[in-house]
Design a protein around this ligand. Structure first.
Ligand SMILES: [Zn+2]
Length: 201
């Protein structure tokens, strides 16, 4: 029997949609983790912590992986079963209640039901791995841009007020629950208790 295939264009489009959604999720996870860890700048240890936390956040959404297979479940199982139930050829939809379809030759047997299989895992890896890498890069870029803006703010304020000893503001969304802080004595740092070592201000 010529098994019904998922149109490659639809499978690709669905992969691209999921990749975009999971990448956005990964970028947010990376920025939130950076806010939780605290500190200023990106040392190797921060990179490892943020990268690993983002990977764990990726695995946390794996139970939603069934939606990975939506095009395959529809095209290869749901549609053929509906056709078969109506007495049509599961492969091409031609009206037939014979041993084999007179149009395409596919046998008139009940199509298999959908079930997750190794292909599901392969599809998950193809979404999660690039989404993790791209999301992490976007997240860390966002953090670096926010910290660079904060440095410029501090420079501008110190230029206007040489007596300035302290300046703080919230990080940009989605890490706005945490603070960026500069102090004349200690330089740029994150909030306690996870302070990075002093960075020359
Ligand atoms: Zn047929």
């Amino acid at each position: 029997m010529s098994a019904p295939r998922t149109p490659p264009g639809i499978a690709f489009a669905w992969w691209a949609v999921l990749l975009a959604l999971v990448t956005a999720y990964g970028a947010i996870a990376a920025e939130v983790t950076r806010g939780l860890v605290g500190g200023f700048g990106l040392r190797a240890v921060d990179f490892v912590v943020v990268g690993a936390s983002t990977a764990i956040a990726m695995l946390a959404i794996l139970p939603m992986g069934a939606c990975l297979d939506l095009p395959q479940a529809l095209a290869e199982h749901w549609v053929p079963q509906r056709r078969w139930a109506k007495g049509r050829c599961p492969a091409c939809g031609h009206d037939c209640r014979r041993a084999a379809c007179t149009e395409c030759g596919a046998p008139f047997v009940r199509p298999e039901s959908y079930a997750m299989d190794l292909a599901t895992l392969r599809r998950a890896v193809r979404v999660l791995v690039p989404a993790w890498a791209i999301g992490l890069a976007i997240g860390l870029w966002g953090v670096a841009a926010d910290e660079a803006a904060f440095r410029r703010e501090v420079d501008a304020r110190r230029a206007a007020d040489p007596e300035l000893i302290d300046h703080a503001r919230q990080r940009a969304w989605p890490a706005s629950f945490s603070e960026l802080r500069w102090n004349a004595g200690r330089g740029f740092r994150g909030p306690p208790p996870f302070e990075s070592p002093k960075v020359a201000g």
